[in-house]
Design a protein. Structure first.
Length: 94
């Protein structure tokens, strides 16, 4: 989901999770990488949380890749291929 879908709307109830993501980013910036999985029922705010985190990262000039998959999906790596598909010029910048 495009982060512009949330423009003008307040961000409530996920401050702790957003802080966790920001701390993971801080760790990555000093060489301590990790992977974070956001999961949960539809409508609980995963996309919004990710959009807020991406805004934070963008302010630091950092690219964040994200992908999505369904529990009933038959392609085990679809979230990774979706993340890369959404950033076609990423490898050319590396």
């Amino acid at each position: 989901m495009d982060s512009t879908a949330f423009e003008g709307k307040g961000f409530v109830g996920r401050e702790e999770e957003l802080l966790l993501l920001k701390n993971r980013l801080d760790d990555a910036l000093v060489g301590k990488g990790s992977t974070t999985l956001l999961s949960g029922e539809a409508g609980i705010g995963k996309s919004r949380l990710l959009a807020e985190f991406k805004k934070h990262a963008l302010a630091l000039n950092i690219d964040i890749l994200s992908g999505a998959a369904s529990i009933d999906g038959t392609q085990p790596f679809v979230m990774f291929s979706n993340a890369l598909r959404n950033e076609p010029d990423l490898l050319s910048r590396a």
